[in-house]
Design a protein around this ligand. Structure first.
Ligand code: ZN
Length: 56
């Protein structure tokens, strides 16, 4: 009985992870598909400076 309960919990956990990863993936596709290239470039550039990566 305990094993069956553990299996059900594992399946629910996997389903939650699947839904989360799917939503994150669709979000990344939407953002990268809809955003202007300059906006993406500026965001990456600002992140590089925030990480103190030598840039220019
Ligand atoms: Zn820079």
């Amino acid at each position: 009985m305990a094993t069956k309960t553990a299996n059900i919990a594992a399946v629910r956990s996997n389903a939650g992870a699947f839904i989360l990863v799917t939503l994150v993936g669709l979000g990344l596709l939407t953002v990268s598909g809809m955003a202007q290239a300059t906006v993406l470039h500026d965001a990456a550039h600002d992140q590089r400076h925030a990480m103190a990566f030598p840039c220019h």
